[in-house]
Design a binder for this molecule. Sequence first.
Ligand code: PLP
Length: 375
Amino acid sequence: MELFDVYPLYDITPIRGEGAYVFDKEENKYLDLYGGHAVISIGHSHPAYVNALSGQVRQLGFYSNSVKNPLQKELADKLEKVSGVKNYSLFLCNSGAEANENALKLASFHTGRDKVIYFDKAFHGRTSGVVAVTDNEAIKSPFNKGHQVIKLAFDDTVALEKELKNEDIAAVIFETIQGVGGLDEASSEFYQKTSALCKKFGTVLIADEVQAGYGRTGDFFAFQKHEIRPDIISIAKGMGNGFPVGGILIGKNIEPKYGMLGTTFGGNHLACAAGIAVLDIIEKEQLLKNAQDLFEYVKNQADEIPQIKKVKGRGLMIGLEFDFEIAQLRKELLFKHQVFTGAASNKKLLRILPPLNIKKEHFDVFFNVLKIALK
Ligand SMILES: Cc1ncc(COP(=O)(O)O)c(C=O)c1O
C-alpha cells in the first residue's frame, strides 16, 4: 500500500537518537536544532526516559479511561509543581490539535456561545475547529469553514474590545509566542488587557502553549512572563518528548460534567509514564534555566553575523531573521553540514527549536557551520 503523499520529505532516514543528535544507518550524525518540530524536550533517548517507558510497558501499557489510573494524578501533581501554576484541573489527550479542540469545546459548553476569536498568523492545529482558527486558508476544507470565527490583528485591543462587548464570544485563543507564524510576541499590555476584557465580558481565554510551553521559552509557560491567568492552557509537543500526549489545564471556574470530554487513548499508562519522566528530568536538570542562559549565548553569537537582522523569541524557541529567504540555507545546513533547523511562514526566518538540555558546544558547532554556509 502506498503512503498518502502529504509530506514533502527530506532524503534522510534517522534510525536512532542520542541527546541532541540523530543518526542514519550509515552512522551519519545530525545535530538536531529542530527537535522534531519542538517535540524533543529532554533529548533523544534520554536514559531515564527510556527506563521509565520500558518499565511501564513491561508492567501495563494501556487500559481505558473507565478504570482508575493513578499515574494521571501523579502527572497532574508533578505538572502543578514544576510549572508553578495552581488551581487548574488536567484533562489528558493525544496531540496539540486535540488539546485545542477540547479547549474550544469546553469554552463553548461553559459559555453557551459558539464564536471564537483568533489572531493573524496563528497556528492551532489541523482538526475541524482548530484549523478554523488557524491563519492559513490553504489548509481549511469547506467543512472546516463552517465554524463561527473572527480573525483579529495581534496586539490590537481596540478591535478585540469591540468584538467582546457583544457578549457572544465563547473564547479567545492565542499563542503567547507564535510558532509557525514566525516567533511574534505581543506586548505584556496586550495579554493583560485581553485577559481583563475576557473576564469582563464572560469569554474564556485559551493560551495555546503546545509549542511554547513546557520550558521551551525559559519559563514553564510562555504566558507567565506577562502575569496573566488564562482559563484554559493547552499543552502537547514537549510533554512526552515524542510519545504522543497532550492535555488541557482547566481553571476551577469551569465545571466538569460526566461525558463532556472523553478519549480512548488520552492519559494512558505509557503516555503518563513518558509525561512524568519528562517533568522529572526538566526539574532535575534545571532545563528552564538552561533555556534562559542559552538564549543569551545564541543572541551574542548571532549579533556578530551581519546577515542576521533580528533574533526573535525567548529561551530555546528562537528565530533568526535573515536579510534573505532561508530555504536554500536551510538545505545547505542539513545536507552539507548535517544540522536540522526549522522554517516558518516568514520565509526569512530560520527557527531553532532544540532539545532543552542542549549545550553551548552544540551552538558553537552550529555557528561555525552557519558562517561557512553564509560565505
Ligand atoms: C502552537 C501550536 N498549536 C497546536 C499545534 C498542533 O499540534 P499537533 O500537531 O500535535 O496537533 C501546533 C503544531 O505545530 C502548534 O505549534
